[in-house]
Design a protein around this ligand. Structure first.
Ligand code: SF4
Ligand code: SF4
Length: 98
């Protein structure tokens, strides 16, 4: 969020998802470099970036998966702090706050 020069990544307070406003994204890709988890990707077809927005709290991927391999759980149960700690050890983690 802090890496974006045009402040177009916002926090969905209901889901906790970081949401990219496509209408104002300028496609600079800074967020793709800043994200230590590699969750932001550039789309050459739109010239913008895309990332998971948790489908507003009702993930389509979890519903679509035939083996329930994808489940939607609270971040506290998903080892988020462990992921954050690991990200902090990477080059991206040392500069990123997005
Ligand atoms: S590419 Fe990322 S950093 Fe650049 S404007 Fe779009 S959301 Fe912001
Ligand atoms: S389908 Fe899954 S991965 Fe795609 S935006 Fe929705 S929750 Fe995120």
């Amino acid at each position: 969020m802090q890496a974006c020069p045009v402040d177009t990544i916002t926090l969905d307070i209901n889901t906790g998802a970081k949401v990219i406003q496509e209408s104002t994204c300028v496609g600079c890709k800074v967020c793709t470099i800043a994200c230590p988890f590699g969750t932001v990707n550039y789309s050459s077809s739109t010239g913008k970036v895309i990332k998971c927005d948790l489908c507003g709290g009702d993930p389509a991927c979890a519903k679509a998966c035939p083996t329930a391999a994808i489940t939607y759980v609270d971040a506290d149960q998903a080892g988020f702090e462990k992921m954050r700690a690991w990200a902090g050890k990477t080059d991206a983690g040392s500069t990123a706050t997005a």
